[in-house]
Ligand binder design. Structure first.
Ligand SMILES: [Mn+2]
Length: 245
């Protein structure tokens, strides 16, 4: 029996935000139910390096560390937090996993940005930012320089995306089929696009996690059963499993 919880795209920015409070409550509650928690990228709006000592980085890492004392926590890079490395794993007790990743029961996991192949400009940028050379060069900069750079990246991303047609920021159907056929997975879970939903085809079911904006999102797996859940952020987190009891 495998019990898992999958989340992504929390885009944590400040410990003052409701979504940070709900994140902390959610992983605490779910770490008591789930055997494994998977964070499929963009946990942070921006992760500028494992040495970041600001309040958000410290408190988020502490929350993950507590959760990982109860259960196994896996973290995949998104396009906002791909600088998380060994130091992050140490601070959180989480294990970093590759993108894509296939679980032992054949669930295909990916952040989702690599599937947005219609956005060629973005894919070129992705290749650059994920390169070893760029990472090394960036991480060699001071924390202050990286903070300033992180701000610039966020603004640039907002400005660019505002001018893009909505469809090119979604996943490409052929890229999804290709990834599915490269594995023999019949369930796929990803985030990134901020278009939560469930898509069934003749061969597979694809769950898309939502961004934590007005509400929070997770996919819950109980053995072979999967469910996409959302919950309001205005009130303390209560697990759907608890609510059923
Ligand atoms: Mn993303």
């Amino acid at each position: 029996m495998t019990r898992r919880v999958y989340i992504s795209d929390l885009h944590l920015e400040s410990v003052q935000d409701l979504r940070f409070l709900r994140f902390r409550e959610c992983i605490d509650a779910e770490s008591r139910w789930a055997d494994e928690i998977f964070v499929l990228g963009d946990l942070f709006e921006m992760w500028i390096g494992d040495d970041d000592d600001d309040e958000l980085a410290s408190q988020a890492c502490a929350a993950l560390k507590e959760a990982s004392a109860n259960t196994l926590v896996y973290v995949m890079h998104g396009n906002r937090d791909f600088l998380a490395g060994g130091g992050f794993a140490e601070r959180t007790g989480a294990q970093l996993i590759d993108d894509p990743y296939v679980t032992d029961d054949n669930v295909l996991l990916t952040h989702g940005d690599a599937l947005c192949t219609d956005d060629q400009e973005y894919q070129r940028l992705r290749t650059l930012l994920r390169s070893t050379a760029w990472r090394a060069e960036t991480l060699a900069k001071s924390l202050e320089e990286r903070r300033a750079f992180g701000e610039e990246m966020r603004e640039a991303s907002r400005a660019t995306n505002a001018n893009k047609a909505a469809n090119i920021m979604d996943v490409n159907a052929a890229a999804v089929s290709q990834l599915l056929s490269d594995t023999s997975a019949t369930v796929m879970i990803h985030g990134h696009t901020h278009r939560p939903g469930m898509h069934r085809s003749s061969t597979a079911t694809r769950y898309v996690l939502g961004a934590w904006e007005r509400c929070g999102w997770l996919v819950r797996q109980d053995a072979a059963e999967f469910a996409l859940e959302c919950f309001g952020l205005r009130y303390p987190y209560r697990s759907a499993v608890e609510a059923q009891r």
